[in-house]
Design a binder for this molecule. Structure first.
Ligand code: GLY
Length: 574
């Protein structure tokens, strides 16, 4: 770790002298900035939970590459951050280094073969949200184990035993519950309906040691047998038994047939930076690039960072992107998703031309729809970079925090409720208030549309930022602002991650704002016609948006920062 040494040596120097003497260091230490990143000369891991972050750093220290470390963190988070880290869910991984092609690994859940378009509609044709969100029926076929093992086998250097050892030991010996983790358990009402979930997690308070014997056994089966340790054999039998007991649809054949897909990332550019982000079935990459294309056409520097004029342009870009999301996005293996058309510069120019620089537009004029607000801080993101500059950016999830609330009895892990990310009734909002179209209707073996946006940003072929966030529908806008803080505002990655964010998603037509945005700025937005959420006293309400974990490289030193919006997060070098 370099940070204390370097900081101590240089703290007395005026910023200008430092910059002139050591231009390479400017990329991460900005002495006129409030936040400084963690710095290392051998790689970096940033994750939402500190024990798992240290597991990744240890793998790097032992000579593993970024993929080895990312796989180890993924399995470790399934133990130490079980409300989102998982083996019972799915997600996306971006892998890319200097000059190499960047690959997008899709291990999103798939609908069981017996799933049907109307499976969550009640007798009146309305969505039964309990069935869609908190039942065995809400679980898609998990993809995480296949995805992590695929990455390890194709691009890792270590054995399963090496990268899974730390997770197995953490499950077997336990770890100490922190106050923040205890709070998450205490607020997880969805666990109460399931005796296995109650046994595995409920009632643990800060200072308790959480030991997970059943999970340790499952992880050992995976370490020993690979994919067969989860998708066939004992673990698969336990999943199928759980489905049969709880009325779920996942069969042995669904598990054995699960496939990982390598996809081409969505590629965009901004001010000479290359932006590579997750393609469909995530909507993240398409709309990240679409919004960056709209915004690059403005002189944002003239507006000033987080000014009302800047936020107005962000909001109007978000409104248009999320309207398109509702109409066009879905699983590309089932629906014709117009990725190129949505990410074309000409299209962004046309959208920009519809934005009045002084006046908010109304979402109902962009596209018709309904509204149902709801927010959740589910999902988890981590980023890794190794000493060769290979970066891995992973967002994976159970959907809601603690998923469906149901665990696989005897196997020790929670089941996702990812089926709710389909449009259960096209045109009707899901648990995040997001509206989907026919492209995201339920079909057997299809993958539900996601907002997860693991992203890699390169300049001159070198990774300068790997980033991403949890936060449901707020993921794409949190990543947008984090990326802009690098490519437009030249912030170091710590500044870029901590700066207050805003969010708009077309419907509901309202702007969510983080603490730290000036009330004067909000009043200006209000006067432009934006709908800002109000608190009971008539003031502007604030909420946190996303938990970003970033790493980067300036060609010499590696930098990382974990989002202080989450008290358990950590960026750490090997
Ligand atoms: N379940 C949240 C997402 O995939 O975006």
């Amino acid at each position: 770790m370099l940070k204390p040494l370097l900081a101590a040596a240089l703290i007395a120097l005026p910023a200008t002298a430092f910059a002139a003497d050591n231009p390479a260091a400017r990329a991460f230490y900005q002495y006129d900035a409030i936040h400084q990143p963690v710095v290392s000369d051998r790689g970096m891991v940033s994750a939402q939970e500190a024990i798992a972050a240290r597991v990744g750093a240890d793998i790097l220290r032992r000579g593993g590459n970024a993929v080895d470390a990312a796989v180890a963190v993924g399995f470790a988070l399934a133990v130490t951050h079980p409300q989102a880290g998982n083996i019972g869910g799915g997600g996306f991984m971006m892998i890319g280094g200097s000059g190499d092609d960047i690959v997008a690994v899709d291990f999103r859940e798939q609908a069981p073969a017996a799933a049907t378009r109307d499976m969550y509609l009640d007798a009146d044709g309305e969505v039964d949200s309990t069935r869609a969100q908190f039942s065995h029926l809400s679980a898609g076929v998990p993809g995480t184990v296949a995805g992590l093992l695929h990455a390890l086998e194709t691009r890792g250097t270590m054995t399963r035993r090496q990268v899974m050892g730390p997770a197995i030991r953490l499950a077997q010996s336990g770890f100490v519950v922190t106050p923040a983790f205890a709070d998450s358990i205490a607020s997880a009402d969805s666990l109460d309906a399931d005796p296995s979930s109650v046994e595995y997690f409920a009632g643990r308070t800060a200072g308790d040691r959480l030991v997970q014997h059943d999970l340790a056994k499952t992880l050992r089966r995976i370490a020993l047998k690979g994919r067969e340790g989860f998708y066939t054999g004992r673990t698969a039998e336990l999943i199928v038994a759980e489905m049969e007991a709880g009325g779920g649809l996942i069969t042995a054949d669904d598990l054995a047939s699960y496939t990982v897909v390598e996809r081409e990332p969505v590629i965009g550019s901004y001010n000479g930076y290359e932006i590579a982000a997750m393609p469909p079935p995530s909507s993240g990459g398409v709309h990240l690039v679409q919004m960056l294309n709209i915004l690059e056409g403005y002189d944002l520097a003239e507006d000033g960072h987080n000014s009302a004029a800047y936020f107005h342009k962000l909001i109007e870009s978000m409104r248009r992107a999320y309207a398109d999301r509702s109409r066009y996005l879905g699983d590309p293996d089932f629906a014709d998703v117009p990725v190129e058309a949505l990410t074309e510069r000409d299209y962004a120019d046309r959208l920009r031309a519809t934005i009045d620089p002084m006046q908010a537009s109304r979402s109902e004029d962009i596209l018709p729809g309904a509204e149902l607000p709801r927010e959740s801080l589910n999902t988890t993101h981590y980023s890794v970079i190794d000493s060769a500059g290979l970066a891995v950016s992973v967002t994976y999830t159970l959907n809601f925090s603690w998923g469906s609330g149901y665990s696989v009895d005897g196997a020790g892990f929670l089941l996702n409720n990812e089926m709710d990310d389909f449009s259960s009734k096209p045109g009707t909002p899901n648990g995040y208030g997001l509206i989907g179209g026919a492209a995201n209707a339920i079909e057997p073996r299809k993958r539900p549309l996601s907002s997860m946006t693991p992203t890699i940003v390169r300049k001159n072929g070198r990774v300068v930022l790997a980033t991403g966030s949890p936060g449901g529908s707020t993921i794409i806008t949190a990543v947008l602002q984090t990326v802009l803080n690098t490519v437009e505002w030249d912030m170091n990655i710590a500044e870029g991650l901590h700066a207050p964010r805003i969010h708009h998603q077309w419907l509901p037509d309202r702007v969510s704002v983080e603490p730290g945005v000036s009330p004067d700025t909000l009043r200006l937005l209000d006067r432009m016609g934006h709908s800002l959420v109000r608190n009971e006293r008539g003031g502007f309400a604030t909420t946190t948006l996303g938990r970003v974990n970033s790493v980067g490289w300036d060609g010499q030193y590696f930098v990382g920062e974990a989002d202080s919006r989450d008290p358990r997060s950590l960026a750490v070098g090997p």
